[in-house]
Design a protein around this ligand. Structure first.
Ligand code: BG6
Length: 467
C-alpha cells in the first residue's frame, strides 16, 4: 500500500514563465516573448515584434535563468526527487532554423542539470513548452513540414549533449492545446481547422520521430507525451448531453490516441472526411507514427468541465475552455477553475484503462492571490488543502485501482508568471517571489507555509499529508 518507493515527487516549471533573460547569451525571440499580460481570463495580446513601450512578462519573469542555483537548492530542501523544466528551443537554436546550435545556451542547461544531479534530483525535460522560435513564423510555424526537421535537429542536439544526464523527456507540452490555443501550442496564427490539424499532425510526426531518435541515442531514455487533462461530466442524463460529453472527450483525447496507439481514431478520420480536412501525410509517416509511440503519458490536471448540448465544440480557451455549464457540486478557484480532486482519480483510471501505459502527473496546483503578512510569512492553507486533496485522490488511484503512477510534479513550486494571463499575482508556489504584475520587486525568495508541508509529504513518501 502507499506510494512506490521510487515515486518521483517534485515540481514543474516552463522556461518562458520563469527564466527571464529573454535575450541573454545568444537567445533568440520566441512566440512567448511577444505576448503581453492580460487581466483575469481575457486572452493575452500578441504583438508584431517587440513594442518598446509595453511590458512583456517573459522578459524578466522571476529571473530563474540567473537564480536557478538558489531555486534548485530550495527544491532540494523540500526533498524533490524530480524537477520538470523546459528547454527554451530559442536558446539552443536562436532562430529555429540555424545550422549550428548556440553553445552558450547548451552550456546553461548543462549547468542546470548538473546542479540537479548534485542534489540527486532527476530532471524531466519538456522540449517544447508553449514557445516556438519566432524565426519559424516565416515558414508558417508548425503548419509547415519543414519545422519538423528543424525540431528534430534541436532534439538530436540536446539528446546527444545531455546523454546520461537527462533520461526523461516530454515532447510537446499539452499537445491538445493546439485545438484551443494554437498560438501557444505552436505559433499558429491562422486558426482555421485545416491549419491547426496540419500543425497538430506535424507535431505528432515530430514527436514520433523524436521518440525514435531518443531511443537510438540512449536506450535508457524514456519519452512521454504531455496531455492537458480534460475530464468532462455530462450536464444531465439527457442522451444529448451524454453525446456532447463524448464529443468533447473525443476532441481532446484523440491527441493521446495518436501518440499512444500510433494512429488516428476512426471518429477523427470521419470528421476530417466530413469537413474536407486533409492531413498532410506522406509516404512513411504512418509507419513513423506507429514506431514512435510514447513510453509513458504525462498530463496536467487542474479542473473538470461540465458539458452538454449547449456546448460549442469550437470552443477557444486554454484551461478556461468555455463549455457553457457550471458544476453546482464544485467550488472554483479565484480564476473560476472548478476544483475537483475526485476527477483526478477518474482521469488516472480513464487513461490507464485506455492505454495501459505508466502515468505521471506533471502539473497540478492552485493559482491564488497570496497575502504577505507583516512578519513576512505567507499562510497558504488553501494551497495545502488543494494539493492534499489531489494527492489523496492519486493515492486512491494507486492503492484501490492499481494504477501505475510514476510521480507527481506539482505546478510552479516557485511563483512564476501565469501562462493564460501573464499575471504574477496568480501564484502557485511553495516559494514566494517578490515581484508584481508590472515586474517591480526585489525578486527575493521566501518560503510559504506550504513549503514546510510539502517537505513533510515527500519525507514521508506521501503518508503524512496533515498540516
Ligand atoms: C498549463 C500549462 O496549461 O497550465 C502551464 O502547461 C500553465 O504552462 C498552467 O502555467 C497553469 O495555467 P496558468 O494560466 O494559471 O499559468
Amino acid at each position: 500500500m502507499g506510494f512506490p518507493k521510487d515515486f518521483m515527487w517534485g515540481g514543474a516549471t516552463a522556461a518562458n514563465q520563469c527564466e527571464g533573460a529573454y535575450l541573454t547569451d545568444g537567445k533568440g525571440l520566441s512566440t512567448a516573448d511577444v505576448m503581453l499580460a492580460s487581466k483575469h481570463g481575457v486572452p493575452r495580446e500578441i504583438t508584431d515584434g517587440i513594442d518598446r513601450n509595453s511590458f512583456y512578462p517573459s522578459h524578466q519573469a522571476v529571473d530563474h535563468y540567473h537564480r536557478y542555483k538558489e531555486d534548485i537548492a530550495l527544491f532540494a530542501e523540500m526533498g524533490f526527487k524530480c524537477y520538470r523544466l523546459s528547454i527554451a528551443w530559442s536558446r539552443i537554436f536562436p532562430n529555429g532554423d540555424d545550422h549550428e546550435p548556440n553553445e552558450e545556451g547548451l552550456r546553461h542547461y548543462e549547468e542546470v542539470f548538473k546542479t540537479c544531479a548534485e542534489y540527486g534530483i532527476e530532471p524531466m525535460v519538456t522540449l517544447s513548452h508553449f514557445e516556438t522560435p519566432l524565426g519559424l513564423l516565416k515558414y508558417g510555424s508548425w503548419a509547415n513540414r519543414k519545422v519538423v526537421d528543424f525540431f528534430l535537429r534541436y532534439c538530436r542536439t540536446v539528446f546527444t549533449r545531455y546523454k546520461g544526464i537527462v533520461r526523461y523527456w516530454l515532447t510537446f507540452n499539452e499537445i491538445n492545446v493546439m485545438s484551443t490555443k494554437p498560438w501557444m501550442a505552436g505559433g499558429i496564427v491562422v486558426e482555421d481547422e485545416q491549419t491547426t490539424m496540419a500543425a497538430a499532425f506535424h507535431q505528432f510526426l515530430a514527436s514520433a520521430k523524436a521518440v525514435q531518435i531518443a531511443h537510438e541515442i540512449d536506450s535508457d531514455n524514456k519519452v512521454g507525451m504531455m496531455y492537458n487533462g480534460h475530464v468532462a461530466y455530462p450536464a444531465s442524463p439527457d442522451p444529448e448531453d451524454m453525446q456532447a460529453t463524448l464529443d468533447f472527450t473525443h476532441k481532446m483525447l484523440f491527441y493521446c490516441d495518436v501518440q499512444c496507439r500510433g494512429y488516428y481514431p476512426n471518429h477523427k478520420l470521419k470528421e476530417f472526411e466530413r469537413k474536407g480536412i486533409m492531413i498532410p501525410m506522406q509516404e512513411g509517416d504512418a509507419e513513423d507514427l506507429r514506431a514512435g509511440t510514447v513510453d509513458f503519458i504525462s498530463f496536467s490536471y487542474y479542473m473538470t468541465h461540465t458539458v452538454g448540448k449547449k456546448t460549442d465544440m469550437n470552443f477557444q480557451g486554454l484551461n478556461g475552455v468555455k463549455t457553457g455549464y457550471k458544476n453546482p457540486h464544485l467550488a472554483t478557484s479565484e480564476w473560476g477553475w472548478a476544483i475537483d480532486p475526485m476527477g483526478l482519480r477518474y482521469l488516472l483510471n480513464l487513461l490507464f484503462d485506455r492505454y495501459q501505459l505508466p502515468l505521471m502527473i506533471v502539473e497540478n496546483g492552485l493559482g491564488a492571490i497570496d497575502k504577505v503578512e507583516e512578519d513576512g510569512t505567507i499562510k497558504d492553507s488553501y494551497r495545502i488543502e488543494y494539493l492534499r486533496d489531489h494527492i489523496l485522490a492519486m493515492k486512491k488511484a494507486i492503492d484501490i485501482d492499481g494504477i501505475p503512477v510514476m510521480g507527481y510534479t506539482m505546478w510552479g513550486p516557485i511563483d512564476i508568471i501565469a501562462a493564460s494571463t501573464g499575471e504574477m499575482k496568480k501564484r502557485y508556489g511553495f516559494i514566494h517571489v517578490d515581484v508584481d504584475d508590472e515586474g517591480n520587486g526585489t525578486h527575493n525568495r521566501t518560503k510559504k507555509e506550504s513549503f514546510y508541508w510539502y517537505k513533510k509529504v515527500i519525507e514521508s513518501n506521501g503518508e503524512n499529508l496533515t498540516w
